[in-house]
Design a protein around this ligand. Structure first.
Ligand SMILES: NC(=O)c1ccc[n+]([C@@H]2O[C@H](COP(=O)([O-])OP(=O)(O)OC[C@H]3O[C@@H](n4cnc5c(N)ncnc54)[C@H](OP(=O)(O)O)[C@@H]3O)[C@@H](O)[C@H]2O)c1
Length: 183
């Protein structure tokens, strides 16, 4: 049976590379990113469904959940979309808290909300979740405290979810330094 994956942040970088790899292995894909044109152009040739929007927006997450239902369920959710926060990266002493709050919405709450939305179907199909993290979750790099705190939270969510949901495979991955986007 054809398997279905939902990948967030799939218009470039790691998300697009994963989409291409899964498409080559015969997966059906639902892809999302905010920029509709870049998403369409990235998805061209992959036969993917595209749903453009911001994962931090509950209405957009509702559209993604409906797209999953429309495809009859899900086998894999990849929470890859992520923001960096304030740039240039400020020390925590002066980190703008409104920016940090937004960052937690996109990097932590959005992935968890998507997990919650698709979890019943993933349980039924004994599916999988991949949450993309960073070494900033565990290393104390100056300036990376805001972003790193969101990735540390995502990793903690992943650890606990893996214990709470034995019928779903839960992975969290630091992809290492990504030096170039696939053409
Ligand atoms: N780059 C690195 O060296 C590195 C190192 C460690 C970990 N990581 C992690 O690896 C993952 C991929 O990184 P990358 O460098 O491949 O990223 P990237 O090239 O910047 O691509 C990010 C993707 O996510 C989308 N996106 C960002 N915010 C979004 C939002 N709120 N809602 C929906 N889509 C959103 C972007 O499209 P739009 O802008 O159009 O929305 C784009 O498709 C991230 O989780 C990142 O934290 C990266």
């Amino acid at each position: 049976m054809t398997k279905t994956a939902l990948i967030t942040g799939a218009s470039r970088g790691l998300g697009l590379a994963l989409a291409r790899s899964l498409a080559a292995d015969g997966w059906r894909l639902i892809l999302t990113a905010r920029g509709a044109d870049a998403l369409e152009s990235a998805a061209g040739g992959l036969g993917a469904d595209t749903v453009a929007g911001d994962v931090a927006d509950p209405a957009h997450r509702g559209r993604l959940a409906r797209a999953v239902q429309g495809r009859g369920g899900l086998d894999l959710l990849v929470n890859n979309a992520s923001g960096l926060g304030a740039v240039p990266l400020p020390p925590l002493a002066g980190y703008p808290l409104d920016t940090l709050e937004e960052l937690f919405r996109s990097n932590v709450l959005a992935p968890l909300a998507l997990i919650q939305a698709v979890l019943p179907g993933l349980r039924e199909r004994r599916g999988a979740i991949v949450n993309i993290s960073s070494d900033a979750a565990v290393e104390a790099y100056e300036g990376w405290g805001g972003y790193g705190a969101t990735k540390a939270a995502l990793e903690r969510i992943s650890h606990v979810l893996a214990v709470e949901e034995p019928s779903v495979a839960v992975w969290w991955v630091d992809p290492g330094e990504l030096t170039s986007s696939p053409a």
